[in-house]
Design a protein around this ligand. Sequence first.
Ligand SMILES: *Cc1c(COP(=O)(O)O)cnc(C)c1O
Length: 389
Amino acid sequence: MKSKRKGLIAFGRPLIENDEIKEVVKTLKSGWITTGPKVAEFENLFKEYVGSKYALAVNSCTSGLHLALLVAGIRPGDEVITSPMTFAATANQIIHAGAVPVFADIDRNSMNIDPKEIEKKITGRTKAILPVHFAGRACDMDAILRIAKKYNFIILNDAAHAIETKYKGKNIGCYGNITVYSFHATKNITTGEGGMVTTNNKEYAKKIKMYGFHGINKDSTKRYSFNKYNHYSVSYPGYKYNMMDIQASLGIRQLKKIERYSRIRKYIWDKYNDAFKDLPCSTPKEAEPLTRHAYHLYNLLIDVDSLKTSRDRILNELINENIGAGVHYLALHLHEFYAKTFGYKRGDFPNAEYISDRTISLPLSPGLTNKNVNDIIRKVKKVLNSHKR
Ligand SMILES: *Cc1c(COP(=O)(O)O)cnc(C)c1O
């Protein structure tokens, strides 16, 4: 994203190169700009990348999560267990499906939902578990799958951070029932806005496509054939969640570069880890064995106790130093809506609150120059050292 403030090193600046620009222009000139052949091509490449049977492109991960919940049969009154350490979209979509988001606390080291906490939150109304693979780190899928099997729950993955994430050799989308990815501008690859839903279930795939385009049973490329008019029939009051070819042509080029981007992210990640190891903060933990981390967010935990200061003070000082730092996330149960509606309060999820009070995300995108990275390191050191007593 373009920095609003002069000199600010933006938090998530995507790398858009000439080949992407050319591809998008080609689509613009092709006469077909909305859902069509480029979306189909992107879906095929993505399902190959994940190793799933189906991939359905949507206009955001948010709308993909909504569709996933609906086609999985989540109904009003049902409960879906998820993490409080996530973006609002995760829980909001559970509400839009008519269900109740039930938070289960995270593990402090992985910042992912703790399977032991999931078990404590199960009631007669629980229907699904929605693990968020936070920062690109795989959740403990063996434990989550065990719980799902025991109680016959659906698993819907929020893989917004986790395009490259692997668990025991396979992409995270190979586990559970439906997985949803994001291509928002700050995510590991981008289509501006956009998302992808993957599944191995043919019925789910058919419904996701249909519900995501007005509940119409035919795809638009077939609808507008040249020799005769094809009437369409609406079989469900669907939504307008389709991705455009303009977006898909960007995504196709981005997906080809995902390994290069991943190496750059890891390089910056290691450099940060090395530079910050003696500061009053803790750096992200190593990925668990047999997993691949997508290195989506670099979360530094500020040692607010020894520094006797607040995270927000450090955050604002970094912003004043032109570092586009962010917070991922203020724990969801502390937000006004969730606290008021479900009666959540501080103290309910101590581990999520621990992270929520200390975390600062530093820019970690392939769009950063070496100079940017060195500036960030220098300024983080300067700000944190100035608080040491
Ligand atoms: C970004 C994000 C989303 C939403 O993705 P969009 O594509 O912007 O709708 C959902 N969940 C998490 C964890 C995210 O970070």
